[in-house]
Design a protein around this ligand. Structure first.
Ligand SMILES: [Mn+2]
Length: 248
């Protein structure tokens, strides 16, 4: 992978292009332009889209400005990797073949400059999340995806908008956030004992850059309130905050 490697997650590109959403995407596009100018590699660690469902012959048009930015980025020589999240798992060949260099349907590992990166979107990890893990198995099953595909997109997407509205609040109490980072620390330490140097997760909408005894745990924040990204320059991995967000 070309250096530097940038990691972002939980962008949640919305189905509704409000003024705020357009401004927010502009901030993201400025960040992508920055990468285009500097070169390197981009890893998107899940929940890029607030909802994404692709049909055999049809893709959602609302994300067209984003598709264009990614193609420009790739044309400049930057490779873009995409780890699917719980909001945007239902992709087909437009995502895997046309838009991104590589798409990952589950946790993955990269070796970059001799360092071992364990990359996960992060959902399904919490010990008390058994109900979610069962639901996830169902909504990722062939039968569910096959059935959903036969629902008219007008209905399929209306349903998604409704779900998305219900889950709008990503702000949690400090106590809850602490519980999550403690639990993710346990998972990270497990990976470090298997040889990983870095454990990178998204999903939890908190920005954490935590040096542990045998490695580093990063929770990437999001592009709804943190505008955070991690950068690996070949030596160090660090969490940063994109300053451009002052405009919104
Ligand atoms: Mn998520």
């Amino acid at each position: 992978m070309d250096l530097p490697v940038y990691f972002i997650s939980d962008i949640h590109l919305m189905l509704k292009r409000t003024d705020l959403e357009i401004k927010r995407q502009e901030v993201l596009f400025n960040f992508l332009q920055h990468i285009r100018e500097k070169g390197g590699t981009l890893v998107i660690n899940g929940d890029l889209f607030d909802f994404y469902f692709e049909y055999k012959d049809v893709i959602p048009k609302v994300f067209f400005p984003f598709y264009y930015e990614i193609l420009k980025l790739r044309e400049s020589g930057v490779k873009v990797h995409y780890v699917l999240g719980n909001h945007d798992y239902w992709v087909q060949d437009f995502i895997t073949e046309t838009l991104f260099d590589n798409t990952y349907f589950s946790d993955t590992e990269f070796i970059i400059n001799g360092k071992n990166f364990f990359i996960t979107h992060g959902d399904g990890y919490l010990s008390w999340d058994t109900g979610y893990r069962i639901l996830r198995r169902f909504i990722r099953s062939r039968i569910f995806i096959w059935s959903y595909r036969w629902i008219h997109p007008r209905i399929g997407y209306a349903f998604a908008r409704w779900i998305s509205k219900k889950g709008e609040n990503y702000h949690h109490s400090e106590e809850y956030n602490k519980k999550i980072s403690d639990e993710m620390t346990i998972h990270a330490n497990k990976q470090f004992s298997k040889g990983s140097d870095y454990f990178i997760s998204g999903h939890y909408h908190q920005a954490i850059d935590l040096k542990l005894k045998n490695g580093k745990l990063l929770i990437l924040g999001d592009w709804l309130s943190f505008f955070s990204y991690a950068k690996f320059d070949g030596e160090n991995l660090k969490l940063h905050f994109w300053k451009d967000n002052e405009k919104i």
